[in-house]
Design a protein around this ligand. Sequence first.
Ligand code: NCD
Length: 359
Amino acid sequence: MKDLIDIRDLSPEDLQKLTDTALDIIARPEAYSHLCQGKKLATLFFEPSTRTRLSFEAAMYELGGQVLGFSQANSSSAAKGESVADTARVVECYADIIATRHPLEGAPLVAAINAKIPIINAGDGGHNHPTQTLADLLTIRRRKGRFGHLTIGLCGDLKYGRTVHSLIGAMSRYEGVKFVLISPEELRLPEYVRRDLEQGGIPYEENRDLEDAMPGLDVLYMTRVQRERFASMEEYERLKDSYILTVDKLKNAKPDMCILHPLPRVNEISVLVDSDPRACYFEQALNGKFMRMALILRLLGIPGEKPAQEVPTGEMVPGLRCWNHRCICQVEQELPQRFRRDREGAYRCLYCEALAETE
Ligand code: NCD
């Protein structure tokens, strides 16, 4: 794969190597400080971001490279109606690699299909966020020393929380991993993620009660309720404070449990928890920069070889449609409807993974 669109584009061996590289960058930063000299990263952010965009930019600067881009959709030609495919084709004239965030699910894949340079998905709607997972993984490796044999509690907005979907995609491949899903009924995992767990035979349980789940957890991954994805603000207001992690709720947690949060936090973790040694979310943000450095090097083939050029293109299936209104194919009507089959042979939209339906 020339790109990183889905965390499963990287095998467990790839993830081991990337985390090795990140650890080496931490140990010997000077050995990396000129490796991207003469290279440019474009950050195309059609949605707000602090950590992801700035850590990508810091990563490229610390590799000796340069950065260009925009941080708001209304400062790009998207505001004039330019398609994602055209934007990608234009920006590849000016940069060597692109990191892009977009509110529509599947938009970075469309960019990858249309550009020859590597595309990194920096978050696509409520779908995926693979580079946040890289930050999560390095934090887990540094804190727990392993990826397997962990019970991971995922708490909050599991429906729209793209970081959760990518973390599940990555961790599902390690032996002995079990998930505990802690969310209100309305914010349960999307059907396609649940199907992946079931088809892979990955153990998981659901528990509405965070305190009840706490004693069994090795990792607790808290998330923000994703206000921007709600159709109804009333529903958001009702659900936004479903789970608030406090010092008191941690009293039955394992002494070496690791508390993760992709940030930004709104209300889900009391600031009093920050001084607990189990709180890892600020080091997680720092780890994100080192993993993005490792990723940029890998996709640019520095040192070594550039990854192969393949990009999944799926197949056209007459009579089938994706009906997910948050998918790029609903908005950019000229995009062909394309599908991939899952393990049970069901067709899913190539761009957003929603189960296809008949026209
Ligand atoms: C996350 C995101 O954008 O999905 N933030 C991030 O990149 N660290 C989580 C969130 O916005 O809640």
